[in-house]
Design a protein around this ligand. Structure first.
Ligand SMILES: C[S@@+](CC[C@H](N)C(=O)[O-])C[C@H]1O[C@@H](n2cnc3c(N)ncnc32)[C@H](O)[C@@H]1O
Length: 183
């Protein structure tokens, strides 16, 4: 992971503009991915690729791949450039389009899904992708403390669906980590 610190540090200078996750949330994602030896990860909301670098760096160790969805072509292009710069572009496929249209086109079975686009669409993203998350797979949703009032339907869903075990984690802007059970 050490070799990616220079680009991560550089991108952290513009993190507010690109609404990137905090470094500790990137570290958290990377630890989860390495812990479960994830092979297939979906990210909803690429921006300029900051979180994708954290995710892809961990996937380089596990031999896995990331599909990352972004509807702004300029941001997707910036992400592609950053991933190329650090040689992670062969691990990541940045798909340009609305996640609500793109998620149903994904036929992979995901070990981990990271939600970081429109907060009031989180529940729809999850409902679309849930059949394609393996049993024991993880869902990580960002901004769940600071923007919780924009996602009441998501919070209700992840804490009340028997198939999901969920916990609030107060890391930076907040994360809800959910585990898909067989129930
Ligand atoms: C919070 S930023 C993502 C930050 C990124 N995960 C990171 O930490 O580097 C959210 C991004 O989601 C994109 N977005 C919002 N709604 C979307 C949608 N329905 N489909 C695809 N992308 C979307 C926005 O254009 C924006 O770039």
């Amino acid at each position: 992971m050490e070799q990616y610190q220079p680009i991560l540090k550089r991108l952290e200078k513009t993190a507010k503009h690109y609404t990137n996750i905090a470094p500790e949330n990137g570290q958290f994602l990377a630890i989860l991915i390495r812990s479960i030896r994830a092979q297939n990860v979906l990210e909803v909301g690429t921006s300029n690729g900051y979180s994708a670098i954290w995710i892809a760096a961990a996937l380089k160790e596990t031999g896995g791949r990331l599909i990352s969805l972004e509807f702004d072509p300029a941001r997707a292009a910036e992400a592609q450039t950053h991933l190329q710069e650090v040689g992670l572009d062969d691990i990541v496929e940045v798909r340009v389009g609305n996640a609500l249209d793109e998620i149903p086109k994904c036929d992979a079975t995901f070990d981990l899904v990271f939600l970081d686009a429109e907060k009031d669409e989180y529940r729809r993203y999850l409902e679309l992708v849930l059949p394609n998350i393996r049993l024991g797979g993880l869902i990580v949703a960002d901004d769940t403390v600071t923007m919780r009032d924009e996602m009441p339907d998501y919070v209700e869903f992840v804490f009340n669906t028997p198939m999901l075990n969920s916990v609030d984690i107060p890391l930076d802007d907040g994360i809800i980590l959910s585990y898909k059970t067989g129930d």
